[in-house]
Design a protein around this ligand. Structure first.
Ligand code: KE4
Length: 431
C-alpha cells in the first residue's frame, strides 16, 4: 500500500487549533526533520499503527518506557485488574510499597524512594532535596543533558530543547538559573576547576550517566571517576538521572554497569511501563530530609496511584524474570553493525554509539563525546534519512539529538526489514 499521511495531516491541522503546535510535547513535533507528525491509532509489540493504516517498526517505544514492546499481555492484565478496584485513592496503597521495594532491590544505591508522576518531577525534587540536605544552592549540569523541563535545569539542555534551538528557554527568570553551572560533558579539567573555585557552594552534580538527549554519548572512565572524587571531597550530592537508562541499559541501570553508587538517582519511563511514573531515591540520610520525615517539601496528587504502580510492577517483574538484556544487546549490536556497514557502503560519514538497547546514528565522522561535537552532525542528512525510513515503515526518533530503542518484542525479521529500509534510505540521503 502506498504510504500516505492524509488523515494525519488533516487531524494535525485540527490539533494545532487547540494544542500548541498540535503536540503535548515538542519532542514529537518533527521540528528538526520537517513534515507533519504521524498521528498514531494503536500499537502492539514492536509496531505502531497510524490513523492512515500505516504500520511502523517502532524504535522510540514512547521515548523509552516500552522496553517490553507495546501492550505486553501481563502489563495490560495488571492494569485492567487494578482498574477493577479503582484508579486513584489519595491514600496509601500496597502497590506503592511493592514497587518501591522492587526499585530498592534493583538499585543498591537507593535505600529510600519517593514516587512521582514524571521524570521532570523526579529531577526537580532530587535537586530540591540535594539543596535542602547540603544547605547549598549551586547545581552543576552538563551541556546537552536534558533532565525534564525543570526551570533551573533548562540551561544548555538537550532533547527537544536542543532540537528546537531553545537550550536555555525564555520564561525562566535569571534568578532560577543563577545557581546553575553548565559544564562540558566528559571534561574532567573543567569539572575539577569548577570545584576548586566553588566546591563549598555546590549542592549537587546531575548528569545522565549515559546521555540519551544529545544522542547517545558515553562517559569516559576518567570523567566518572572525577565526578565521584569531587563530590565526595566537597560534600556535594552526585545525582544520576536514570530516567532513560534506569532498567533500560541493565536491570540496575547505568550505575550497575559502571559500578558507581550515586547519592541520589532519578527514574521514570520504564518504571511506569507506559503509565505516568517517576521516582527519586538514594541514601536514607539524604532522603530523610523529605517531608513528612524532614522539612523539604514535595507532594503529588497522583503520585503512587495504584493503576500506574500495577503497570510498573508488572513491567519490572517481567524484566527481572525474563532478563531480556543479553538478547536486547545482541539484537541492537546486529542492527548497529548492519546500519554502519550500509552507511559506509553509501559513503556516509557516521558513528553509531550504543549502550545496551539504546543507540544513535550520528551523521558525523567524529566520535561524539560532548555537545560541541554532537552539534557538528549533519542534521539535514539526518532529516532526509528520517523521512526515507518513515516512508518505508520504520519509526525513528525524530531528531539527531535523541536515542533510539530496541524492545524485547523486536524480532530478527524486524532488524532485517529495518536494514532493507536503511539501504534505500542511505541512497536517498546521498542522491
Ligand atoms: P519526563 O518529564 O518527560 O517524564 O522526563 C524528563 C526526562 C528526565 N531525564 C531524562 C534523562 C529524560 O530523558 C527525560 C525525558 N526524555 C525525553 C526524550 N529524550 C522525553 C520525550 C519528551 O520530552 O516528549
Amino acid at each position: 500500500m502506498a504510504f500516505t499521511q492524509q488523515k494525519s495531516e488533516l487531524h494535525f491541522t485540527r490539533a494545532r487549533k487547540s494544542i500548541p503546535g498540535g503536540v503535548n510535547s515538542p519532542a514529537r513535533a518533527f521540528g528538526a526533520v520537517g513534515g507533519t507528525p504521524v498521528v498514531m491509532d494503536r500499537a502492539e509489540g514492536a509496531y505502531l499503527h497510524d490513523i492512515d493504516g500505516n504500520r511502523y517498526i517502532d524504535y522510540i517505544g514512547s521515548w523509552g518506557p516500552q522496553i517490553l514492546g507495546h501492550r505486553h499481555p501481563a502489563v495490560i492484565d495488571a492494569i485492567t485488574r487494578e482498574l477493577g478496584k479503582g484508579t486513584s485513592f489519595g491514600a496509601p496503597c500496597e502497590l506503592e510499597t511493592e514497587l518501591a521495594e522492587m526499585v530498592i532491590e534493583a538499585v543498591p544505591s537507593i535505600e529510600r524512594v519517593r514516587m512521582v508522576s514524571s521524570g521532570t518531577e523526579a529531577t526537580m525534587s532530587a535537586i530540591r532535596v540535594a539543596r535542602g540536605f547540603t544547605r547549598r544552592n549551586v547545581v552543576v549540569k552538563f551541556a546537552g543533558c536534558y533532565h525534564g523541563h525543570v526551570d533551573s535545569l533548562l540551561v544548555k539542555a538537550g532533547s527537544g530543547a536542543l532540537t528546537l534551538g531553545t537550550p536555555s528557554s525564555p520564561g525562566v527568570p535569571a534568578g532560577c538559573t543563577a545557581d546553575t553551572l553548565a559544564l562540558e560533558f566528559n571534561d574532567v579539567q573543567q569539572l575539577e576547576d569548577a570545584f576548586s573555585k566553588r566546591g563549598a557552594e555546590i549542592a549537587a552534580v546531575i548528569l545522565e550517566p549515559v546521555v540519551g538527549n544529545m544522542g547517545v554519548v558515553v562517559p569516559s572512565k576518567a570523567f566518572l571517576q572525577a565526578l565521584q572524587t569531587v563530590c565526595k571531597k566537597n560534600g556535594s550530592v552526585l545525582i544520576f538521572d536514570e530516567v532513560m537508562t534506569g532498567f533500560r541499559v541493565a536491570y540496575g541501570g547505568a550505575q550497575s554497569l559502571f559500578g558507581v553508587r550515586p547519592d541520589l538517582t532519578t527514574l521514570g519511563k520504564i518504571i511506569g511501563g507506559g503509565m505516568p511514573v517517576g521516582a527519586y531515591g538514594g541514601r536514607a540520610e539524604i532522603m530523610d530530609v523529605v517531608s513528612p520525615v524532614g522539612p523539604v517539601y514535595q507532594a503529588g496528587t497522583l503520585s503512587g496511584n495504584p493503576v500506574a504502580m500495577a503497570s510498573g510492577i508488572a513491567t519490572l517483574s517481567i524484566l527481572k524474570q525474563s532478563n531480556p538484556y543479553p538478547r536486547l544487546e545482541a539484537m541492537t549490536r546486529a542492527l548497529v553493525a548492519g546500519l554502519s556497514d550500509l552507511a559506509r557502503k553509501a559513503g556516509i560519514a557516521h558513528t553509531i554509539p550504543q549502550v545496551g538497547s539504546m543507540f544513535t546514528l550520528f551523521f558525523n565522522p567524529e566520535v561524539v563525546t560532548n555537545l560541541a561535537i554532537a552539534t557538528k552532525s549533519d542534521t539535514k542528512a539526518f532529516a532526509r534519512y528520517f523521512h526515507a525510513m518513515l516512508e518505508r515503515g520504520v519509526y525513528l526518533a525524530c531528531s539527531q539529538f535523541e536515542a533510539n530503542f530496541v524492545s524485547a518484542a523486536h524480532t530478527d525479521d524486524d532488524i532485517r526489514a529495518t536494514l532493507e529500509a536503511a539501504e534505500a534510505a542511505f541512497r536517498i540521503v546521498t542522491s
